[in-house]
Design a protein around this ligand. Structure first.
Ligand code: SF4
Length: 216
């Protein structure tokens, strides 16, 4: 099937998503809850694109292509909404994400600078019971990537999504703690986490954070 991305024609297989078409065309849209190793989730609303004939931007990671579709990755409404979503996410963090994180890169890509509003901010809460991994709950943005990669790829089912809305977060071992969970220390959750909410203790140490500081 043939679609257009930013005016350029591209062939995609039946069942391809708009995001796959965008990437096949060599174009880009930022993503946050998306990880190509996982089934699309469509939760974050950052991968929005415009589609000719549609009133509102659509999530490119979960929307299937139709023959002849015209996709616009530069749609102003899509970029504006995606930027506002990222700004809201950032406003709930106690500090800006580290520059190397995917969240920081997406904020840069969408031109999100100084936040226009502040509200409730997540309090620092850390689970340091794992021998290799740190869980820094205040950095969790509920993208679900860690839970999904642990379930879908590793099959360990060690992580659980908890709470709703502002309280949404993750816990290890139904909060028995990482050490007493079914975690097999594959590191996939830390690898996919876009904010360092789950990260390797060795990387925290490299960043100059001691275990005692992280536990505080
Ligand atoms: S390190 Fe543990 S919690 Fe993280 S994905 Fe692997 S098994 Fe799951």
């Amino acid at each position: 099937m043939r679609v257009e991305v930013d005016g350029a024609p591209v062939e995609v297989p039946e069942g391809a998503t708009l995001l796959e078409a965008v990437r096949a065309a060599g174009a880009r849209v930022p993503t946050l809850c998306f990880d190509e190793r996982l089934a699309p989730f469509g939760a974050c609303r950052v991968c929005l694109v415009g589609v000719e004939g549609q009133d509102k931007p659509v999530a490119s990671c979960t929307t299937p292509c139709r023959d002849g579709m015209r996709i616009d990755t530069r749609d102003p409404a899509a970029r504006r909404v995606a930027g506002a979503v990222v700004e809201l996410v950032l406003s709930e963090l106690p500090e800006p994400p580290a520059a190397h994180t995917e969240l920081a890169a997406v904020a840069r890509e969408l031109g999100v600078g100084e936040l226009r509003w502040t509200g409730r901010v997540h309090e620092k809460r850390h689970d340091m019971r794992h021998p290799y991994l740190a869980l820094q709950n205040e950095l969790c943005i509920s993208c679900g990537r860690c839970v999904r990669i642990c379930d879908e790829v590793q099959g360990a089912f060690a992580l659980t999504a908890t709470g709703r809305g502002f309280e949404a977060n993750i816990a290890a071992g139904i909060d028995a703690g990482f050490r007493d969970s079914t975690c097999v220390s594959c590191g996939a959750c830390a690898d996919t986490c876009p904010t360092d909410a789950i990260t390797e203790l060795s990387l925290l140490a490299l960043a100059g954070t001691t275990t005692e500081e992280a536990q505080a």
